[in-house]
Structures are given as C-alpha cells and as structure tokens.
Write a protein that binds this ligand. Sequence first.
Ligand SMILES: *Cc1c(COP(=O)(O)O)cnc(C)c1O
Length: 499
Amino acid sequence: MNYESTRGQSAIVSAAEAIKKGIAPDGGLFVPTEKIFINLAEIQDLCSLSYLERAAYILKYFLTDFTKEELTECVERAYGGGNFSSPEIAPVKKLTDNSTVLELWHGPTCAFKDMALQILPHFLVRSLKKTGETAEIVILVATSGDTGKAALEGFADVPGTKIMVFFPEKGVSAVQKLQMVTQVGNNVQVVGVQGNFDDAQSGVKQVFSDLGFSALLADHNFQLSSANSINWGRLVPQIVYYFSAYADLVKGGSIKNGEPINFVVPTGNFGNILAGYYAKSMGLPINRLICASNTNNVLTDFIKTGTYSRNREFYKTNSPSMDILISSNLERLLSELTDRQSDKISQWMAELKNTGTYTIDADLLKLVQGHFWSEYATDEETLATIRKVWFDLNYLMDTHTAVAMHVLEKYRNATGDNSYTVVVSTASPFKFNGSVAKAILDEQTVSEKSEFELLKELSSYTNWPIPEGLRNLDHLKVLHQKVIGKDEIGKAVKEILLG
Ligand SMILES: *Cc1c(COP(=O)(O)O)cnc(C)c1O
C-alpha cells in the first residue's frame, strides 16, 4: 500500500514516508492509493480477538511496509501494559435498546486522542529507521486542547524527536492547560498563542509549507513532521475502533453481523468521523455517519448545502475541542469521493484559503449526503442532554459526547431512522468537569468552585473515581510559560531550534 497527495503534485510514497512527513510537500494530505475490503467472515473473526489483536489485524492492510512483528510491538506498547484504564481499551456500554456508547477515553489523558497518539510515536520511530532518516524529527502540533497533551504524553523523551505544541492561550479549559504546561520531558516545548485554534493551525501549516524554512532546518539536521490528524499515522489507528465496536456488538448479541448501524461522532477537525468513513468504505456495515457539531456548525452547513464557509463568527463553547472552523480532514473525504480529482481539490482548498469559502458540485453533495447527516447542539442543549442522560439513563457524559447524543435525537426525529446507533464518546466527563458539574449538581455546590474542587465534588456525587491523569494536576509545577502572537509561530520554531 502506497500513499499519494490529495493535491496530486507530490511523489507517491510508502506508509513510513507518509508518517514521517505528516503532510505532503504540495500542501495536500496523504491518502491510500488502493482500496481495502474486509468481508463479513473477517468481521466475524474479529469478534473473538482482543482489541490489540484487532488493531494489528486492521493496521496490517494499511502499513504494509511494517512487519507483523513490528505492528504487534507498536500495538502492545501503545495499548498494552496497563496504559489504558480499561482492559477492553475501547469498551462499548449499553445506553438503550438501540444505542450504545463507545468510550474512547481510557488512555492516559482522558480523551480519544490517546487512541492514535499513544501509537503514533512508535510508528514514527520505526518509520525513521525504515526510511534511513538521520535528521532529528521535530513534531509541530496545533491543538484545541486535547491533542496537545496526548501528543506530549506520546512523544515525551522519545529518542530522535522533539515536540512543540501551540495552543490557543485563552481557548482551552483550566484542566487542559495545566495538563500541557506541567509536561515533563527533555524534548518538549509548550507555547501559548494569542488567538484561536484556527490561528494556531494555520500558523503551523504555514511553517510546513515554507520550503525555504524546511531547507534551512535540513541544513541543521532537523526535519518537520506532524502529530495532528493531518498525519495518516494519526488517522489509521482510529479505523480500528469502528471495527472493534461493531465486533463487540455482534459478539454481545446487540446486532447481527451484516446489520447496518449508525455512528454519531462529535466532530471538529473531521479526523474521527473520517476514520469511520474509511471503515465504511472497507465494508463495515454502516448506514449513516452522523456528524455532530457545536455552535461552530461549519460542517453542518456544509453537509446540508455543499458550501463550506469559514467566514462566520467563531464561538467559544462548552465543547472546546470542537471549536474549529477549518476542518482539515474534509480534504481527504473530498479526494475519496471524487476519485482523486486533485485539480478540483487544489482549487477548492485555494478558494478556502483566499476567500474563506468554496462550493462543491451538486452530484458530489449527493454522495456526501448519502454517507453523512449533520446537525449541531448549542451549549444549553448540551448541558440539558448531560442532565437528562444522567437522570434518565444513569450515564455520565462529557460535553462533546452530549453534543453527539443531542444530535442523535435530532437525527431520529428528522429521519425516523431508529437503526442501532453507536454514540462515540470522546472524553471522560471528568475532563470537562466544570460544565458537567454545572449540568448535574445544584447551583450552590458549583458556584465559585475551581475546576479542581469540582473534580472532587463530581467524584463524590457520582461515586466515580477521578481518572489518574487528572488527579493532583493543580499541585504539579508549571514548566512552560511562553506566550506568543498568532503570527509568531514560525519565528518561535526558529528560535527554539536554531537559537
Ligand atoms: C479532538 C476532539 C474532538 C474532535 O475530533 P476530530 O477528529 O477533530 O473531529 C471531539 N471531542 C474531543 C473530546 C476531542 O478531543
């Protein structure tokens, strides 16, 4: 299996090369050159395997330049050894007769980013060896909060790498910020940016596309790479849990093998739900992928109308990891659904960059709508959903998961489709405890308490333990205090690396 750029102007590369580079030299994203099919008998076989075995099984189709032993080793280092707080890694929990929650937050940072970022460093270290790379790899990360910490956890002290994380200084929760600025490791840098996530992401992308800068870095034996979901190595481990959830439901008797089900996914950069699309395109029986947005509903409008427009107000919501107006991975979907019409993709992406908007053709929109459906939830609807699910179903959701739950209700009301549906849960309720506490505790208990006091309140009220990664955060030493303007990311990278 090889990889080509969505923009068609870069050489075709191996998986190792795609993972090492992160983004294609022409500014496009790497996508697989061939289609993969997995039949129902294979899905049946997955039922009796562990998560680790399922992961090795799916990954081998995409990372063909890795040996079976290498993949098994990567999988074991990422998901084995008690690294995840659930032995099932990504357990499904029944909600109602026709819905279940897929919990993707049992990794060290309590959000779904760990599913990919615990394994990416292991892919990368092996990719460097395979491609004969001698330069030190510099991982640049733009984060809306969760990717940053997950990438830092994954890459801290990994030999041959440095990692720099840029986060919107005022756009992340207190817990998220402390998770990042207290990160230890001799190869880590964490920098606040005076701007929003899109500013940070655009700044980082600009550094990647500056060929002169890359040449300068190469002279100093550095090579840039990405841990954002633009990196194929981030996306491919996410395909696994769609298959794994389906296998668990078949195994548990909730569905029959072959029965089409829906997944509703809280969506920001379109990475998670795109992995679901790849699973569907490989033959996993998925009816609809329901794209759940918050008030930054750029994807909802796109899926309804075919016009993508980031020319709109940016809102800070109570599901901050989805506060995004430029969803990078949509480019991959458009490339897949147009059978790699790279001229068109390049044109739309240029329009997006220059004018902030583009419109796809009517027949392409039909294709998009055949696979996806979308709606959004406001902050109030999100809190009301957390409350309702807690009191009616005795399940505690974080804000992002609640966005998905609310959108599922809208979907069912709008379409009458009551097929079995998996609600993809992307964060522990303790990670966004401020909002979660507000939703289920009385005002007196919540008022004037810090996020850290609220962690304890939530824990004693629900009898759920505070996850290890969030305990004692407020007592750790702050190690990173640098804050820069939104146009200074390139300058900061240069200063950090070259002095
Ligand atoms: C990153 C994140 C999302 C959005 O996922 P994408 O792959 O960017 O669409 C949703 N919820 C949480 C908690 C996240 O950390």
